[in-house]
Design a protein around this ligand. Structure first.
Ligand code: SF4
Ligand code: SF4
Ligand code: SF4
Ligand code: FES
Length: 1013
């Protein structure tokens, strides 16, 4: 079945409001009485009562524009024929949408369009999904009186520079929908209409093609284009989809809803779903286009075992793999004790898949040695927010930001890491909300088209707490505290102690400036703005949590929000931007060694008793090991009898994602059984003895919970390619270990979660299917979920202020390591890149680079493109440099998406005092030109493939910029030499291995080379 979303032509005038305004205007359309909200367009009012007025430039995703003149109507008592999309309703209005005059006018408009349009409908990719075609039919166009001679646009060239969509200018009707989508929905302003009158054309940036323009490939323009001008390449290749499955993106914590549009079990395209609570019809390049990894040739689809990590893998049946894994785990426990094994759950897996893994550890393994990859990202969020407010989750939904007047963005880079939220935020900022950015790097939002931060607090890495205390100092000492809120909602004694603490001179912006590097005047101005600028919302990311004081900082932000009364309503709050798609869910599901689902401590007899009764197994009353403790115990032999010797790792590449890579791999090597359940043979699998193939999100049935506590359905579009769902494999392993679970379907796992977890009590697949999504807590008290938390009172009762002294991290720059490294993400890649590196997203980011300030670069003789060695006290790696003033002098920055650069080779074992979340964001390093002999080589073919892609892109750009014979010859020689010496074997391997994405780039570069030559 296809899901056709009805387009009402113009947006609802009250689309911001949670409860739409009561109908206030009554009018008549084609004789029918209609009641709609004030400000509604005639077009939308007509659509509401079932009358579709012909339209081309209008869509309910965009503000009305009024350019095509197809939607004309007659209004009794008014002269002329107004455009229904731009004319608001008025009380008593009598509208006629169909008349001989209107039909004549509309036909005339359509004739003009069609006279300059290629008449290739039968072979056009959009045939059957083209609004121009529909409108020609709707107005009854049978002939074009003007003929097809004369000037036209039919010979215009196609732009195929973007790997995911094609721009065929010859089919463009210049309706501006794409331009407006790029502005209004995405906020990138990459497109313009250049020229005038007949010469008007859509243009991408200054460079004339999409790839080289500021376009970020979000797909919004493609989605709104009413013709085949902007079309997904997969649609061009495969044709129109036949059925639709509603599901959820498996990348970041925004949790966008998508329509997977299919032909059989082949995905034709992913289209963001208008009714998706998190994204409301928008998407980014990852969710929209980068799903090809699911069918990549690298997918390992059969179980495999081996005795030692030096042996070759042996493909075996599922039965043998499960039996082998169970026997080895039992053997380890028999020799080293019950607590010698454990498991890690994955924030990329569904709630149901995570729940069964932690259940297997607590029952079949018989211990609490379970942890989740959230340990290395947002564990301080859970701890800090729970301390302050009583709930381990963000306070708002994303929509709330549309009511914010001031946004304090700390340690987050939403345009790269949470792009769909960033678009929502940019929209609000363009409306006039003020932005304060606290980040060591000048992220895009500091200064981007139509958005400029009021303050950029460019702090030194590791000094977040100093900044938050300085902000609080100003608020308290300048009398900006919301006394009424604090009196009514917070613990008075704790507030008094905190106020006394932050008022101390040592916390003043002037004193803290020496630590943070942020001018005191900037801090003072930012504090005043946050406290007095209206609704103030804090959004933050891993730049807050991945520090030795990550938990302190989370509590510091909570203090600030409570002191200013910025909680418990729209437009305010403390909001973590979660990294992975299901970080919130994996934490909710009881993945921590000390907590059962719903964040209840394992030492609570009543809670534990409930689980024991349901599961028929006793649960240890003491917490188990966290990931770093498991790794340490594997190396130093600590543990009940003989250390930590066996691990089950669900969908997580700890050898690449966790800090101090050498330490991680040594620990893995020291274990006797490592079981990896994943899509690909990742870095961690190099140390595994059992490999159980996982499923991509396109094969999963279950739920993800996003950063706003929204539980979204993930629905399968195809059967598991490995022949087994991940949860089934886990249940079989658990049964083989003596703890069978009896689920026939994922919905039964959710039913068990709901029965055991008060915040999920009202959640079921049936409810989710009926309501679309639910934000927990969802229970008897909140049957439809809770978009905004802590309204009226905090979950814990009185809000808790915590004293947050700034303690400088042990990781300091020194003579040997004089620079501070901090890390982050880039839009086109995702985490360790396992998925995005297997898509055409490689074209935007083929390798990690090191951003270094010009002053630091000059002092070391480093230029953009140079290979440099990055060394810390724990490791050495090599990458290319990019000289950039986005960082302050003394600070360098890189991403961590590519195994070859292995940024985590250099990150240290330092971690948050409360949760052990690694201090990824601060590492003292030195950068030197060239490759060091001591570079830790991570042997990976993608190293060279990444370089190949980068080179191919560079050559393509050179060709476009300077197609003269000399330049062509020079680049050809360069390319030839490059392949000759380094790349030929890899290129051949890439072709053999089916890494089409890389080939395409190269082939395109070569083609361009040939054409230009
Ligand atoms: S590309 Fe599509 S959306 Fe953009 S102006 Fe042309 S027809 Fe309209
Ligand atoms: S894909 Fe997105 S960013 Fe690129 S031009 Fe279209 S709307 Fe703008
Ligand atoms: S913003 Fe996040 S959830 Fe949404 S499409 Fe992009 S990666 Fe997927
Ligand atoms: S749809 Fe109203 S003018 Fe184009």
């Amino acid at each position: 079945m296809s899901i056709i979303e009805r387009d009402l032509g113009t947006p609802a005038p009250d689309r911001r409001e949670r409860t739409p305004a009561p109908a206030t205007v009554e009018l008549t359309i084609d004789g029918q009485p209609v009641k709609v909200a004030e400000g509604t367009s005639i077009m939308r009012a007509a659509a509401v009562c079932g009358v579709d007025i012909p339209k081309l430039c209008a869509t309910d995703r965009l503000d009305p524009f009024g350019s095509c003149r197809l939607c004309l109507v007659e209004v009794e008592g008014r002269k002329g024929t107004p455009a229904s999309c731009t004319t608001p309703v008025a009380p008593g209005m009598n509208v006629t949408t169909q008349s001989p005059r209107l039909a004549r006018l509309r036909k005339g408009v359509m004739e003009l369009y069609i006279s300059d349009h290629p008449l290739d409908c039968l072979t056009c990719a959009a045939n059957g999904d083209c609004e121009l075609q529909d409108m020609a039919g709707a107005v009854g166009l049978r002939e074009v009186r003007y003929g097809f001679d004369g000037d036209n646009h039919l010979g215009l060239e196609k732009d195929t520079s973007n790997p995911y969509f094609t721009f065929d200018s010859s089919k463009c009707i210049v309706c501006s929908r794409c331009v407006r989508a790029c502005e209004e929905v995405q906020g990138t302003f990459a497109l313009t209409i250049e020229g005038r009158g007949f010469g008007s054309r859509v243009a991408a940036g200054m460079n004339g093609n999409f790839f080289d323009s500021p376009c970020v490939s979000c797909g919004a323009c493609v989605q709104v284009c009413p013709t085949a001008t902007l079309t997904e390449n997969t649609v061009i290749e495969l044709g129109q989809p036949r059925r639709t499955v509603l599901t959820t993106c498996a990348y970041c914590g925004v949790g966008c809803s998508f329509k997977a549009e299919m032909q059989g079990d082949t995905v034709v395209r992913m289209v963001p779903y208008k009714d998706g609570g998190a994204n409301e019809g928008h998407s980014c390049v990852k969710g929209r286009f980068a799903w090809g990894y699911a069918s990549h040739a690298d997918r390992q689809l059969q179980p495999m075992v081996r005795d030692t990590i030096d042996d070759e893998w042996r493909v075996v049946s599922w039965e043998e793999a499960i039996a082998h894994a169970a026997a080895r785990l039992k053997d380890v426990q028999a020799r080293h004790g019950q607590n010698s094994i454990g498991g890690i759950t994955s924030s990329r897996c569904t709630n149901e898949e995570v729940f069964v893994v932690q259940k297997m550890v607590r029952t079949a393994f018989g211990n609490n040695n379970v942890d989740t990859c959230a340990r290395v990202c947002h564990s301080p969020t859970g701890f800090g927010l729970s301390q302050a407010f009583g709930t381990s989750a963000g306070t708002q939904d994303f929509k709330s930001v549309e009511h914010a007047d001031v946004v304090l963005l700390i340690g987050a880079n939403p345009t790269d890491a949470h792009p769909v939220f960033a678009s929502r935020l940019k929209g609000r900022l363009r409306e006039g909300a003020q932005l304060i950015v606290a980040d060591p790097r000048r992220i895009e939002l500091v200064n981007t088209p139509h958005v400029r931060a009021a303050h950029h607090l460019q702090l030194r890495p590791g000094t977040n707490v100093a900044v938050i205390n300085a902000l609080a100092h100003v608020i308290v000492t300048e009398g900006l505290v919301n006394e009424a809120f604090v009196r009514d909602r917070c613990d008075p004694a704790e507030f008094a102690a905190w106020a006394e603490f932050v008022s101390r001179e040592e916390n003043s912006p002037e004193v803290m400036e020496a630590h943070t590097g942020v001018p005191a005047t900037e801090v003072r101005a930012a504090a005043r703005l946050y406290a007095t600028g209206g609704n103030a919302a804090i959004y933050y990311g891993l730049g807050v949590t991945e520090h030795s004081q990550g938990s302190t900082m989370v509590m510091g932000m909570a203090n600030l929000a409570m002191a200013t009364g910025n909680l418990g309503r729209d437009g305010v709050g403390v909001n973590p931007l979660r990294g992975q798609n299901n970080v919130q869910g994996s934490c909710d599901m009881g993945s921590f060694p000390h907590e059962l689902s719903g964040y209840r401590h394992v030492s609570d007899d009543t809670v534990r008793g409930m689980f024991e009764q349901m599961w028929g197994h006793s649960i240890q009353p003491v917490p188990g090991l966290r990931i770093p403790n498991m790794l340490d115990a594997a190396l130093d032999g600590r543990g009940e009898v003989g250390g930590f010797k066996g691990i089950f790792i669900q969908g997580e590449d700890i050898a690449q994602s966790d800090p101090n890579t050498v330490h991680v791999t040594e620990a893995l090597k020291a274990m006797e059984v490592v079981i990896v359940q994943d899509l690909f043979l990742n870095e961690t699998a190099k140390y595994a003895h059992v490999f159980l193939p996982g499923t991509s999100f396109l094969e999963k049935d279950g739920t993800f919970t996003n950063a706003e506590r929204r539980i979204n359905r993930v629905r399968p579009v195809m059967a598991p390619r490995s022949g087994k769902h991940e949860w089934e494999a886990v249940c079989e392993l658990s049964a083989a270990l003596g703890a069978p679970f009896s689920y026939q379907h994922e919905s039964m796992i959710m039913d068990e979660i709901a029965a055991l977890t008060p915040t999920f009590a009202g959640v079921s697949f049936a409810r989710l299917d009926a309501e679309g999504s639910l934000q927990w807590p969802c229970n008897e008290a909140n049957p439809h979920g809770t978009p905004i938390m802590h309204v009226g009172t905090f979950v814990r009762g009185l809000g808790r202020f915590t004293i947050t002294p700034y303690v400088a991290t042990d990781e300091r720059s020194s003579r040997r390591y004089p620079l501070l490294l901090t890390t982050g993400r880039i839009l086109s890649q995702y985490n360790v890149g396992a998925q995005t590196r297997r898509t055409d997203n490689l074209r935007w980011h083929g390798e990690d680079v090191l951003e270094i300030h010009p002053a630091d670069a000059q002092a070391r003789g480093i230029h953009t493109g140079d290979e440099v060695t990055l060394a810390s006290r724990v490791g050495v790696t090599t990458m290319r440099a990019e000289v950039s003033d986005r960082m302050a002098p003394g600070v360098v920055y890189t991403t961590f998406h590519h195994p070859v650069s292995g940024a985590n080779v250099v990150t240290t074992e330092n971690s948050d005092w409360a949760t052990n979340c690694p201090e990824y964001k601060v590492t003292a390093v030195e950068v030197s030109p060239g490759r060091s002999a001591s570079t830790v080589e991570i042997d990976h073919p993608e190293h060279r493939l990444g370089a190949l892609v980068r080179m191919a892109n560079q050559i393509a750009r050179q060709m476009a910029a300077d197609p003269t014979a000399d330049a062509v010859a020079a680049t050809a020689t360069h390319l030839g030499k490059f392949w000759e010496h380094e790349m030929r074997a890899d290129l051949a391997a890439a072709i053999r291995g089916g890494t089409v994405t890389v080939d395409d780039v190269v082939v395109q570069a070569v083609e361009r080379l040939a054409v230009t030559a």
